[in-house]
Design a protein around this ligand. Structure first.
Ligand code: ZN
Length: 446
């Protein structure tokens, strides 16, 4: 047995009486209670709306949800009257890049912008995203470790924004979707030469190292690039990147650290490699085939298919200097991705809402609902992809995704009926996050 050293006894002699003399902390005031009248309520758990409901919010959580006839609202209580609106859970976008700007397509910005430019943009983008009704997002790629710091700043109340599940930079092979390709070998943009920007990894050992390094600096989720991409140079979206062994090492290492892992994968084989490696969600999934759909179902893997941004990439992005190589790739893949989304819906694959915000302007996230319905989901299914399904994928189902007792009071309201026309979600008039009203153009008007 180790001896208890003398100075330790001394510390107890000094500290314990000091603690005993501490004044008792003042009792914390009872949490504020708010009563929300919901004319129509879509709670995200089922497919239908319920009429004339009352949601009781205590502090930052939902205390109860009940028919208005069964609820007693005390005189003088704080009431939010949304009796002429549809109330829904706060929306969740599982694929955003808050540090990215949709007007920065010219290659020159790789060399002109400092990381601070991206961070300032992220502060503005976070607010736009929240005000559009997205109370949670997963950020799947930014400079190291912008999304982590933004998450922490929002949680501290320093800046407004959604709850963030943060990744680090997406992990890429040398010459892959995450690398800076086709410049002279003398060209280098690097903040962290030793860690290769926490981004480039070749071989199982390097992958394990980068995943561990990202976890060390606070990421919630790992993002890996399992095929080439549309918006990179010198690679093909259809071609696998990383071997099955490398992908498996990444998934194992992430899971060992209690993190989920998302794989960017356009190509048919890369999608299958990622699913078989144990990845939790396939991002883009553009060229998924029937076998890929079956594997995704079998392994319980979510597909996160960004089927709105094709409109923007082939429109505004070209005006903002998107190089021809990238335009050609999007032309080859965008339409196929929408058709394969429809095929995956019919095949019964699990869908979570993710848009690649940052490729198009932040705040326009809800424009994707229209396409999800056009290509096979019912409005209720599309909304559930952005609420309960998304919460499940990002590992936050205990806190967000449905309007049920015990969850965070994250909710939105719209005046048109989103189950009739899902585009109603493009005009969110009321946003509450954690019991605090963030935006309200509905009750103010009445
Ligand atoms: Zn992305």
């Amino acid at each position: 047995m180790k001896r208890f050293p003398f100075y330790a006894w001394l510390a107890i002699l000094i500290v314990v009486p000091a603690l005993a003399q501490q004044p008792q902390p003042a009792p914390t005031p009872a949490p504020k209670t708010v009563y929300i009248r919901a004319g129509h309520l879509f709670d995200g758990a089922g497919d239908k709306t319920r009429e004339n409901m009352v949601i009781v919010v205590s502090g930052d959580r939902i205390q109860s949800v009940s028919p208005a006839s069964a609820a007693s609202i005390p005189a003088g209580a704080t009431v939010v009257d949304l009796s002429h609106a549809t109330v829904l859970p706060g929306l969740i976008d599982c694929h955003t890049h808050l540090g990215a700007r949709a007007d920065r397509y010219d290659e020159i910005y790789n060399f002109k912008d400092t990381p601070f430019q991206s961070a300032f943009a992220a502060v503005v983008n976070a607010r736009k995203t929240l005000e559009a009704g997205f109370t949670s997002v997963r950020d799947v790629g930014s400079l190291p470790f912008l999304a982590v710091d933004l998450r922490n700043s929002i949680n501290e109340g320093l800046v407004p924004g959604p709850r963030i599940v943060a990744s680090g930079p997406p992990i890429s092979i040398t010459g892959g979707h995450g690398d800076l390709n086709n410049f002279s070998p003398q060209t280098r943009v690097s903040m962290f030469p030793e860690e290769r920007d926490f981004q480039i990894a070749d071989g199982v050992d390097q992958i394990r190292h980068v995943v561990r390094a990202q976890v060390k600096y606070g990421v919630d989720v790992i993002k890996i690039l399992a095929t080439g991409g549309v918006l990179s140079k010198g690679d093909s979206p259809g071609a696998p990147q990383f071997t099955p062994e490398e992908l498996k090492a990444a998934a194992d290492e992430a899971h060992m650290a209690g993190r989920k892992i998302a794989a960017h994968a356009h190509g048919t084989q890369g999608i299958k490699n990622a699913i078989l490696a144990g990845i939790d969600s396939i991002e883009h999934a553009s060229l998924i085939d029937d076998e890929g759909i079956r594997l995704a179902k079998e392994h319980g893997v979510y597909l996160v298919m960004d089927i709105y941004n094709d409109d923007y990439i082939l429109g505004k992005a070209i005006e903002f200097g998107l190089p021809k190589e990238n335009v050609d790739k999007e032309r080859a893949i965008g339409r196929l991705q929408r058709e394969n989304f429809e095929r995956a819906v019919k095949g019964g694959a699990k869908m979570a809402f993710g848009t690649d915000a940052g490729v198009y302007p932040h705040g326009d996230n809800a424009k994707q609902f229209f396409y999800m319905v056009k290509y096979g989901l019912t409005p209720a299914q599309a909304i559930r992809a952005a609420t309960s399904n998304a919460a499940d994928l990002i590992g936050r189902a205990r806190d967000v995704g449905t309007l049920e007792p015990g969850k965070f009071a994250d909710m939105i309201a719209v005046t048109a009926d989103p189950l009739q026309d899902v585009r109603a979600l493009e005009n969110v008039g009321f946003v509450m996050k954690g019991g605090a009203v963030v935006k309200d153009t509905i009750t103010a008007k009445r």
